[in-house]
Design a protein around this ligand. Sequence first.
Ligand code: R5P
Length: 292
Amino acid sequence: MRIIAGPTSTVLSRRVAELLHSRIVDVESKVFPDGESYVRLTAPIRGEGVAVIQTLSRPQDASIIQLLQLVSAAEEHGAMKVTAVVPYFAYARQDKRFLEGEAVTAGLLARLIKEAGADAFMTVDAHSVDSMKGFDMPVTNIDASPVISEKLLEMKLNGASVVAPDVGALDRARSLAGFMKGEAFSMRKSRDRTTGEIVMADADFDVAGKSVVIFDDVISTGGTVTECIKILRRHNPSRIVVACVHALMVGNALDRIVAAGSEEIISTDTLPSTVKTVSVAPLIAEELSRSA
Ligand code: R5P
């Protein structure tokens, strides 16, 4: 298998290629003066299975067009099988029509990726099951808990309570809690779909004297996690650490979370990050070799 290193995932692509002993296909990329994107595969791939690794980091819309161009180029140049590996699947939170008149953007992206020429899709901790529904091809949704838990266990957080900021994130918290040998709980959050404002109810579980890991898929503005920390602190936990899979960290998100009282913030390398990261490369490599 050859790894096509998308411009947004060059480092992660190299890590995956090393683990698989695969050759990398570098991508030449530029943006034209008028803003259009250009990509070019710099090696032949005819007859080979390829994985295009391209995360949908900011600016997401430009990352998406590069992904579609690369998948299409691989297909047009005779790849035997094209797996689109999208470590952070942007727009997955728009997995349904919340207000009349909206598009279901996650489904739209799924259709575009298929139309571009992908035979299979792989991502890490997609926001929801619904966000994967539009893919008419084999889909692998990798759980990052095994690598995140390693880091947390190094920090002596064995047995910590893992708290999901909302009910939708509880399965993810349960998975992490399984590796940590702790319990999983969920806060109850609601969001105003027009203003984006969140309201979080008080915790109805006990964390007094316990270590707590707040675990979410995405941290964007940090509002959700900060609110969660504020509420949990009223219940006197001994430690609070924040972990997420995709650290978008918009604006002063990091400062807000630290100021609210998180000892540390752990994320993965699905996105370029300013916080401590653990790599999902071994998990992606394992899934690619399984599906090759
Ligand atoms: C939403 O359901 C997601 O799982 C995250 O909780 C959310 O996107 C985080 O956004 P922010 O950091 O801006 O509160």
